[in-house]
Design a protein around this ligand. Structure first.
Ligand SMILES: [Zn+2]
Length: 448
């Protein structure tokens, strides 16, 4: 079945950054068969093409909205939904709330139910690809598969017992089985995601790096994010976090450094030379007062940078519209330059930049013939979306996740008219809430 989405401002994010004020995308067998100006449709099917039912084409009117590539969230912990809003302003939130609650309450069932809810949130916000990292990676990959999203689930490993493994070896073994199970899957894969540069031994980091590289999947970990991390590496080895990764031989084209806030100019050159990428989590970083990563210098050096929300405990939302806005505001402000980070570049980070950072630039991130049909329609009927002079500016400065109308992943419509097609948000929420009430989270629900 062929679907043609027409009557929208087409933002392709292709190499030429082509935009068509009245454009269309044709989808066939999950792939983009064509994308271009409406005149092409008229030339092929006649002036009243959308009325022609004889062709077996499903015509979908974008209603004058913006047709853009599905967005790519390069760093997420979607199963941490239950932690959203817990200890937001607490100085040592990690040790006071996150770690103890994870130990007491997190299990396979909670991770899966929260993951399912998280995917509902991602899809409704126009995120079609997610790089997630958490425990129970094999199970969460199953949820991604069932929900229809494109994703990579990273099994978090570290040198201490976690909620799903007593030892890192146990976590690696479980992940290895899941990596094999998803090998060759067209949308979902599993990789190993060590927690961070100082929470894993160099042997563990090397083991994960080698396995991820063999599967040609991202090797992603929290890097150059925490003050204690920087102090430890500086005091023990005299190195920055990126220098350390290079020093132990795990900085390569599969490496995706999450955060990369405290990096020196020399480390930016290293990232570029090794072909490593960065997941930029501006909302999470600035909320935690960790600083603003030098993204301008990174992109100028040729480092692939994508946007990430981080987990809902850190950034509170899984949508990239919020990140795009933060990105503009914080970078302009830090650089004291209103002209820095123009909207077009920010939409690029949220789409093709993210795809590049995940090694998926041949699959998704732009609307081009032959790529997977990962497409979002952003409506422009709402009060905040008029007028639209420049679609990039409208997407970055005006739009919100609530403006996402339709979402397609690999040609399958997963959100239609702002409603999930395959899943039910209310049901996902109810199941998650019931499970949370059986755990320590119950104590945090007011009035219960
Ligand atoms: Zn994180």
């Amino acid at each position: 079945m062929k679907t043609v989405i027409y009557n929208g401002i087409l933002v392709t994010m292709n190499r030429e950054m082509a935009v068509y004020q009245n454009g269309y995308v044709a989808v066939e067998d999950g792939t983009i068969a064509a994308a271009g100006p409406a005149e092409e449709l008229e030339a092929k099917y006649g002036r009243n093409f959308q009325e022609d039912k004889s062709l077996g084409i499903h015509w979908r009117d974008a209603g004058g909205g913006i047709i853009m590539p599905g967005m790519v969230n390069t760093h997420c912990h979607m199963s941490m939904i239950p932690f959203r809003g817990l200890g937001d302003d607490c100085k040592d939130r990690l040790r006071v709330f996150l770690l103890p609650m994870e130990e007491k309450a997190m299990d396979r069932e909670l991770a899966v139910l929260a993951g399912r809810y998280g995917i509902c949130e991602l899809l409704l916000a126009g995120v079609t690809t997610v790089m997630d990292m958490y425990y129970y990676a094999g199970d969460l990959a199953g949820v991604m598969d069932e929900m229809g999203i494109r994703g990579i689930e990273g099994e978090t490993v570290m040198d201490q017992p976690t909620c799903d493994a007593k030892t890192p070896r146990e976590a690696v073994a479980a992940a290895a089985e899941a990596m094999e199970r998803y090998r060759g899957h067209d949308r979902v894969s599993v990789c190993l995601s060590p927690h961070g540069t100082t929470t894993c031994s160099k042997e563990l980091l090397r083991l994960c790096y080698d396995m991820d590289r063999d599967f040609n999947l991202p090797f992603t970990l929290h890097t150059a994010e925490m003050d204690y991390e920087m102090a430890h590496l500086r005091e023990t080895l005299g190195l920055g976090a990126v220098e350390y990764l290079d020093h132990i031989g795990v900085l390569g084209k599969n490496t995706l450094a999450a955060h990369a806030i405290q990096v020196s100019p020399r480390e930016i050159r290293l990232l570029a030379e090794r072909g490593a990428s960065v997941a930029h989590c501006i909302g999470s970083n600035t909320k935690a007062a960790k600083g603003v990563a030098p993204v301008k210098e990174m992109t100028e050096a040729g480092v692939a940078v994508g946007l990430g929300t981080d987990g809902p405990a850190s950034g509170n939302t899984l949508d990239l519209f919020t990140q795009m806005r933060f990105c503009a505001n914080f970078h302009k402000n830090t650089l004291r330059d209103r002209g820095a980070f123009p909207a077009k570049d920010i939409v690029s980070l949220a789409t093709i930049g993210g795809a590049r950072a995940l090694g998926l630039e041949m699959v998704t991130g732009s609307l081009e013939t032959g790529k997977a049909a990962d497409i979002v329609v952003v409506e422009t009927d709402s009060a905040n979306m008029f007028p639209v002079y420049d679609p990039y500016a409208a997407l970055v400065y005006s739009a919100q996740a609530a403006n996402v109308r339709d979402v397609y992943v690999a040609g399958k419509c997963l959100v239609e008219d702002k409603k999930l097609v395959k899943a039910d948000l209310r049901e996902a929420r109810q199941a998650l809430e019931e499970k949370m009430l059986e755990t320590e989270f119950a104590g945090y629900f007011p009035g219960r």
